[in-house]
Design a protein around this ligand. Structure first.
Ligand code: HEM
Ligand code: HEM
Length: 225
């Protein structure tokens, strides 16, 4: 089982994730309307670029946007979750040893103590993310089982990773469960709203360009929009 999961199934999962991300990003940009979007973006590349960078930067900054400032508690929860969700899979020592063995390269690693801390914070934050969907009527009305499924897929590698790490019960069981849940997450990324992992940058860039050029960005000029 371990051989299979860390062999062919691992290569398929990572391959589908990377190729899927490239295809979906290309489709996103191909989907822009030439008359509504491209014509303005092409005419004002500098303003567009500045708007794109500004939008991505502000959204990646805790409390950087009005939306983030309006609900400070939820902002802290979302950023706490994402710190672990982005850094632990990429920088965990065990993952990088695995990556070196399978793909011949590794990324920077973080101390295990920090990985433990970020993982616990991610799990606790996920509990609050679920509670938000249950408790707030304006979020509950928009929530379906699909939203809970996505949260479950996102948090399962953290729970199983921690259970394996602390060797709770049967280590090899939790390690297998962990690898399965990690691979499910990788496979889900291009096909579900988890595609925001990379499409976040595409849609923020596009909206940033929009605001930088059309929606008030060129106020006071002869720009027709
Ligand atoms: C896809 C293949 C993956 C493989 C082969 C893999 C492998 C491993 C291994 C070998 C460990 C160490 C267990 C130990 O301490 O003995 C581990 C820990 C962990 N992994 Fe993964 N992993 C994968 C994906 C993921 C993903 C996608 C995430 C998160 C989104 C994740 C989060 C974690 C966490 C939170 C720990 C425990 C960290 C700690 O507190 O030290 N893993 N993983
Ligand atoms: C650079 C990478 C990422 C960025 C920029 C990003 C950004 C965001 C943003 C802006 C939101 C919406 C917050 C809101 O509703 O106000 C969000 C939600 C979410 N993200 Fe990410 N994300 C990233 C990576 C990830 C990863 C790797 C995972 C999973 C391991 C993940 C799981 C989630 C989940 C589950 C939600 C929805 C929470 C809910 O149900 O409300 N994200 N993300």
């Amino acid at each position: 089982m371990y051989e299979l999961l860390t062999g062919i199934i691992f290569y398929i999962s990572i391959g589908v994730c990377v190729v899927g991300m490239i295809i979906r990003t290309a489709l996103y940009f191909r989907g822009l309307a030439w008359n509504l979007d491209r014509v303005a973006y092409k005419a004002f590349p500098k303003q567009g670029f500045q708007g794109a960078v500004r939008s991505i930067y502000k959204w990646l900054l805790p409390f950087g946007t009005h939306g983030w400032r309006k609900q400070p508690f939820m902002t802290v929860i979302f950023f706490s979750f994402h710190l672990g969700a982005v850094l632990v899979p990429l920088c965990l020592l065990a993952h990088n040893i695995f990556l070196e063995e399978k793909l011949g390269f590794h990324l920077i690693t973080m101390p295990n103590l920090l990985a433990d801390f970020l993982s616990w914070v991610a799990v606790i934050s996920a509990v609050f993310i679920v509670l938000r969907r249950i408790a707030l009527p304006e979020v509950r009305i928009l929530t379906t089982w699909y939203d809970y499924l996505i949260i479950a897929i996102s948090v399962a590698p953290f729970i199983t990773g921690l259970l394996a790490r602390y060797e709770v019960g049967d280590y090899s069981f939790w390690l297998i469960a962990h690898i399965v849940s990690g691979e499910i997450l990788l496979l889900a990324i291009p096909f579900t709203k988890l595609s925001h992992v990379f499409l976040f940058f595409a849609s923020r860039a596009q909206l940033g360009m929009d605001y930088g050029i059309k929606r008030g960005g060129l106020k006071g000029t002869k720009m027709a929009w």
